[in-house]
Design a protein around this ligand. Structure first.
Ligand code: 5GP
Length: 192
């Protein structure tokens, strides 16, 4: 069986990565598996442990780094986020196309280790709309909102490192575009 693709999706926080993902994730023809990240951030309302993230402590996260258990990791607005390596390898070996929803520093690390990774960056229709979406979540204090906005400005400068750029003006359309990109790469992989 051929190993599955490694797909990186990045984009500033609040751009709607999760919303877009929901439109294509259950399309069986894409054979997707979502890589559940580890994080030290507190769960938001409605987020479930081991479904949305593996919520953990700084000590346990640092232990995972020291043991080499993470494919990549980064510190983002005061918290650690990282991708457990064993889970990604297991799924890819089962032929699944594994989706990593990660920020730009982590994406750099993955590209360095796996140059064949398919990378897609989701941009907002405008920075004003992005700010509105981040504030709309109402889950974080103003200081964190400001840090996320500053981070977003910096992340937008990294788009040229990605193979594809998709604008989330309309989540369903953005999902259709991403789905077409994945299908095309699956086709190419299967026919080389
Ligand atoms: P949030 O706190 O909004 O859920 O996530 C903050 C940022 O961290 C988002 O850009 C998200 O895509 C990114 N992120 C989530 N999981 C990972 C991960 O495993 N590694 C890295 N590098 N970034 C992640």
């Amino acid at each position: 069986m051929k190993k599955g693709l490694l797909i990186i999706i990045s984009g500033p926080s609040g751009v709607g990565k999760g919303t877009v993902r929901k439109y294509f994730m259950n399309d069986d023809s894409l054979r997707l598996a979502y890589s559940i990240s580890m994080t030290t951030r507190q769960p938001r309302e409605g987020e479930r442990d081991k479904v949305d993230y593996i919520f953990t402590t700084r000590e346990k996260f640092e232990e995972a780094i020291a043991k080499g258990e993470l494919l990549e990791w980064a510190e983002f607005v005061g918290n650690y986020y990282g991708t457990p390596l064993s889970q990604v390898e297991k799924l890819r070996n089962e032929g699944k196309n594994v989706l990593l929803e990660i920020e730009v520093q982590g994406a750099d690390q993955v590209r360095a280790k796996c140059p064949d990774a398919l990378s897609i960056f989701i941009i907002p229709p405008s920075m004003e709309k992005l700010e509105k979406r981040i504030r709309g979540r109402r889950s974080e204090p103003e200081e964190i909102v400001q840090q996320r906005l500053a981070k977003a400005e910096n992340e937008m400068k990294m788009v040229c490192n990605y193979k594809y750029i998709v604008c989330n003006e309309d989540p369903q359309l953005a999902a259709e575009l991403i789905s077409s990109i994945i299908k095309r790469h699956m086709y190419v992989e299967e026919n080389v």
